[in-house]
Design a binder for this molecule. Structure first.
Ligand code: CA
Ligand code: CA
Length: 132
């Protein structure tokens, strides 16, 4: 199994007024190809991501897994989800690379969607293909 996907990480701080939350749904057909380099297969090799951003990745085979690292400056709701034609599984891990929560199919189609309140800190989002 192989294919491209997009992973998006969004953050909503606790105290912030959510008046500006009219997130415009940009046209989702951005065919931004990845650099060709495989994203890291463990927390130590994770690709840095900004909050409220997205990245394109590629799952090379059923055993590939991609790690992304985000820094959360304050407590709030962290949302991570994928967009792809693949059946993906997502993991949210703490700074010690311990899995906090995983999800398979809460997103659209067979994509994952994780929504969790977190305290400030470093977090990892891992993306892998579901093996049936
Ligand atoms: Ca990888
Ligand atoms: Ca899935």
């Amino acid at each position: 199994m192989s294919g491209a996907y997009t992973v998006r990480v969004a953050f909503q701080a606790d105290g912030s007024s959510s008046s500006s939350s009219s997130s415009s749904s940009s046209s989702s057909s951005s065919s931004s190809s990845s650099s060709g380099a495989d994203d890291g297969d463990n927390c130590g090799a994770a690709t840095y991501m900004d909050l409220n951003s997205q990245r394109s990745g590629d799952i090379a085979d059923g055993y590939d897994i991609d790690y992304f690292r985000v820094w959360v400056p304050e407590s709030g709701w962290l949302t991570a989800f994928s967009a792809s034609q693949l059946d993906l599984v997502g993991y949210l891990k703490d700074s010690g690379c311990n899995t906090l929560v995983s999800d398979d199919n809460s997103g659209t189609d067979a994509n994952f969607l994780i929504d969790r309140w977190v305290p400030p800190g470093t977090y990892f989002v891992a993306v892998k293909g579901a093996r049936t």
